[in-house]
Design a protein around this ligand. Sequence first.
Ligand code: R5P
Length: 274
Amino acid sequence: MFDPKDGRTVMLAFDHGYFQGPTTGLERVDQTILPLAPYADCLMLTRGIQRSVIPASTTKAIALRASGGTSMISPMEEWEGEIDGKKAKFGRPGFEPLSNESTALNIEEAIRLNASVLAVQVFIGSAYERQSLKNLTDLVDAASRYGIGVMGVTAVGRAMARTPQYFRLATRIMAELGANVVKCYYTDTEFDTVTSCCPVPIVIAGGKKLPEFDALKMCANAIAQGASGVDMGRNIFQSDAPVAMMQAVRGVVHEGLSAEQGFALYNDLKTKMA
Ligand code: R5P
């Protein structure tokens, strides 16, 4: 999944449907994602989309979603009632409905689908922390027998702050427990300490859609501070010009373009494609 020339990767993430269904930009994966695939080093996807949409002839590395079992509408554990005549509502501390995942495929399926790496969500600090870490270690044990890697994906939720401290903790735990690669979010401060404390490569998720320049700036900053690449979805497939954005991100990650140069490339390609 890493380009041997520079040790970096541009992963295109479009596995969101595993808990979100047809989210914006992924209603028709065949129409929106296939034109982007040639510019990616690795496709991060579910087995359902790989089987039904991705041509078997693809030469791209495959990062296969290997955990799941919950959805955006999984029920909350909340108590609603009255205290001293006033309405009151409490959530169970640390409870994230999405965190109640199990592993979602077995190793034979991963081999059949030619996966290079299995992606597993890890919910440090949630009620199901232990279970998600067990998912990670089970997959590491199974995948390492066959030379397949495991990518630990740092999940963030309401109880889990997006701070450098949190990401240092989460990424280090996943690496110590056997993840070959970890994915986390970029932080505006101290991101260099997140990468320096983690003994395996870190790739950043894009997160919610940002203006194109801001997304490219985030990529450039992350690479400058030790990230080994990006695993980006919405900031590419929800862009006004996804193919142009994909190439601009590639320029930042692999060609050392600054955010300004990447944005100029994006605008240039967007104009030519109009
Ligand atoms: C979310 O859980 C999925 O694993 C996505 O692959 C991940 O969030 C990256 O996508 P985005 O860049 O849209 O945040």
